[in-house]
Structures are given as structure tokens and as C-alpha cells.
Design a protein around this ligand. Sequence first.
Ligand code: FE
Ligand code: FE
Ligand code: FE
Length: 166
Amino acid sequence: MTIKTLHDAFVHELSDMYNAEKQLTKALPKMAKSANDAELADAFRAHLTETEGQIEILDRLVDICGIELKDEKCDAMEGLVKEGDEIMKEVNKGPVRDAMLIAAAQKVEHYEIATYGTLMALAQKLSLSDAVGLLEQILDQEKATDEKLTDIAERNINDEAMEHAA
Ligand code: FE
Ligand code: FE
Ligand code: FE
């Protein structure tokens, strides 16, 4: 794809993120299953539902703005998901794995927060006001998920992991 205008850049970033969300819908069920802590597993499942909703929001955005998404693969999300897979392979189920799963998930959320922040700024510049609102909705969900994961880690998982014998 040739990217020339700021609108092209917006469509490129949006297409990349659409693919990233799709990848995440495949990774989150595995993360939920591999988590030991019930609250953490619930948080992953809740964010799966939210992520499926985000894909619907993006579909709506594309519709409203008359955008045609490109066939992009988000290499960053592929890498982040791969790191998550490695944790599941190398660390036994328990609090240490949970702490590492939280770290992996928060890297994903931060990638999403960075990208949706950029997309919002671009949408604003391009006067795509409907898009700005929809992107903000998703951005708020990603931020809330990041904070929820911090809470779960700090409430008990980090302490349990600290006490966990090999
Ligand atoms: Fe997302
Ligand atoms: Fe990407
Ligand atoms: Fe997310």
C-alpha cells in the first residue's frame, strides 16, 4: 500500500489495529485458561468480550467514515502474543506465571493505548468527528483494562509469587 496523505496514514494504522484486535481475540482465551488466579482469568475473559465489541465498533467506524480497510498484519501484536505463548510454555501454572501473564497483557494494552491515542489525534486532524468519539470509547476500555491488571497484580498475585517456592 502506498501511503501519501495523512488520511492514508490513518487508514494504515486503523487496518493494523483491526488486525491486532483480531489476533487478540485468539490469544485471550488461551491466557484465561492458563491463568491460575480466578480473578485474573475473569479479567482476561471480560476483556475478550470487550475486544470482540471493539472490533464491532471499528466496523461501525469504517462504515460511517466510508473507509476501506487494507489487509494488514500487526507484527507487533504477533510478537507480543508470541511472548505470551512462551510464558505459558516455560512457566508452570501458578502465581509466578500469573505475574508474567499480567506483564505480557499490560504490554498489549500499552501498545493499544499508544495506537488509539495516535488514531484519535489523526481523526481529529482529519475532521472525522464520529471516528474520534468511537476511538475514545475503545481507548477508555484499554486504559481501564490496564488499571484493572495493575490492581490484580498488586492486590495479591505479586505477593503470592514472591512467596512461591520453586
Ligand atoms: Fe483492544
Ligand atoms: Fe501494529
Ligand atoms: Fe485491550
